[in-house]
Design a protein around this ligand. Structure first.
Ligand code: NDP
Length: 475
């Protein structure tokens, strides 16, 4: 059994099997499911470690993060295979995700050496003002299953770079990637208690964390759990950072390059089996290109190879588990019941192995008030909404409770820059998929998608550090 890491010791728990969604007969291994008490113990360990770690030398932090980056990069094929086995994204997608995790650790290894402040003059003569950043303390990190190594990386790396200690609870569906990452950090020299891993259910381990003695909590997952964490954090006057769902629009205008628009939408809507918070699941298409676009996208979907994540040539892996597949199928049925036309896909596919395979679905004739255009499905399902012109497209794009990403395909610079300004999303793309963002730039959204400071890049410091203003009378 692979164990939890608390105070530098591997601690056993109830053994839970980890099942491959491409082949349910493949058990990846058994992982320790911890308890609410384990979460409390981990917080205590992180608090004890914080006494020393907060004053650790930048070079020590740099060395640990950089060693972690190097091992992730060196083992990206092996860890990519593990990730693909447990989450179901294709080998290529999974290997790229491990590479990205390595780049994130590398970036934050550098950040550990770039921790600077400001010195200024006071309004009072002879007084100097210094503004510095200090660690926040013990940070709880709760992550979802869809990016099992990249999301933990973009929370753990900045937390450590800025001198915080961590209690990390991964999603129950993907313990293997989380365990591998923490094992690397442990061997890279992270002192006992600086990084603690507690695998186990959200309702016990997760709940214990959010009710525990944490100084900050960073969460990525569903809006429902995010709201719970926000409420608990408000009660405790504790800072929190939430990255939640999306219902991201991709606008396709009459003047778009058709082939490019199809590629952008195919990738944005369906790659990683549509299980990305940045997926473009609303395709808002102006009437002059609508029919050609739908025909070309339908053809491209028909040609997609859906199958076992590790098989050669697979472009779309399985849905993550039976529960998610059932949910996707219910949305497909609801789309039809509400009058949308199922152009292609949505059905379960049988393959050589027992997995959760579903053909990507494209709905046309959708209106923006239909359930499939409003709720995040988190599966390979996209809704095409036909609009008159750019102005209507912009209005529909912004008419959503979410605001994570948005995109536009056009050759018209005026519309591209107007959309960039007026889109109510945290991230905007032009002639590029809404998913697949850089690792060194700020990540986050608006409205119901995000709460708190941005993640990733140098902006991560806004969450993982606290500002101190000092007044010094040198006279
Ligand atoms: P959940 O909110 O169900 O789970 C996310 C994490 O929270 C898991 O580790 C889960 O544990 C834990 N959790 C569940 N209940 C509680 C609780 N009561 N207290 C504390 N922790 C809890 O989301 P999913 O894992 O299903 O992830 C899919 C969602 O994540 C989608 O809605 C997607 O949009 C969103 N997401 C957002 C991203 C963004 O950056 N905006 C990126 C990726 C995903 P357990 O696994 O044990 O249930």
């Amino acid at each position: 059994m692979r164990s939890n890491l608390i105070a530098g010791e591997w601690v056993n728990g109830t053994a839970v099997p980890n099942i491959n969604p491409s082949d349910t007969s493949d058990v990846i291994g058994e992982f320790a499911s911890g308890t609410a008490q384990d979460a409390t113990d981990a917080i205590a360990a992180a608090r004890a470690a914080f006494d020393t770690w907060q004053f650790s030398a930048p070079l020590e932090r740099h060395a640990i993060l950089s060693k972690t980056a190097a091992e992730l990069m060196a083992r990206r094929d092996e860890l990519g295979e593990l990730l693909a086995r447990e989450e179901g994204k294709t080998r290529a997608e999974a290997t790229a995700e491990v590479g990205r995790a390595a780049q994130i650790f590398d970036f934050f290894a550098g950040e550990a050496l770039r921790l600077t402040g400001e010195v200024g003059a006071s309004t009072r003569p002879g007084v100097e003002v210094a503004v510095t950043r200090e660690p926040v303390g013990v940070v709880g990190l709760i992550t979802p299953w869809n990016f099992p190594i990249a999301i933990p990386a973009w929370k753990i790396a900045p937390a450590l770079a800025h001198g915080n200690t961590v209690v990390f609870k991964p999603a129950s569906l993907v313990p293997a990637s989380a365990h591998a990452l923490v094992d690397i950090l442990h061997r890279a020299g992270a002192p006992a208690g600086t990084v603690n891993l507690v695998m186990g259910p959200g309702r016990s381990v997760g709940q214990s964390l959010i009710e525990g003695d944490l100084d900050a909590i960073s969460f990525t997952g569903s809006t429902g759990t995010g709201a719970l964490i926000a409420a608990e954090s408000a009660k405790r006057m504790r800072r929190c950072q939430l990255e939640m769902g999306g219902k991201n629009p991709m606008v396709v205008l009459d003047d778009a390059d058709l082939d490019m628009a199809v590629r952008v939408c195919l990738d944005g809507a369906y790659f990683s089996t549509g299980q990305r918070c940045t997926a473009s699941s609303r395709l808002i298409v102006t009437e002059g290109i609508h029919d050609r676009f739908v025909a070309a996208l339908g053809e491209a979907i028909a040609g997609l190879n859906v199958g076992h994540a590790l098989h050669e040539g697979t472009q779309i892996g399985p849905v993550v588990d039976q529960g998610q597949l059932d949910s996707n199928l219910a949305y497909v049925a609801q789309g039809e019941a509400e009058g949308a036309m199922r152009q292609i896909g949505g059905e379960v596919l049988n393959r050589d192995t027992a997995g959760f395979f579903q053909r990507p679905a494209l709905f046309t004739g959708c209106t923006n008030d239909m359930t499939i255009a409003r709720e995040e499905i988190f599966g390979p399902v996209a809704a095409v909404i036909r609009v008159r012109d750019y102005d209507e497209a912009l209005h529909v794009a912004n008419d959503t409770p979410f605001g994570l990403t948005s995109g536009i395909c056009t050759r018209n610079l005026k519309h591209a820059s107007d959309f960039r300004r007026k889109s109510q999303a945290g991230m905007v793309t032009v002639n590029l998929p809404t998913a697949g963002v850089d690792f060194h730039t700020p990540f986050g959204g608006r409205k119901g998608s995000s709460f708190g400071p941005r993640e990733q890049g140098a902006y991560a410091r806004e969450f993982y550090s606290s500002i101190k203003t000092a007044y010094i009378n040198a006279g």
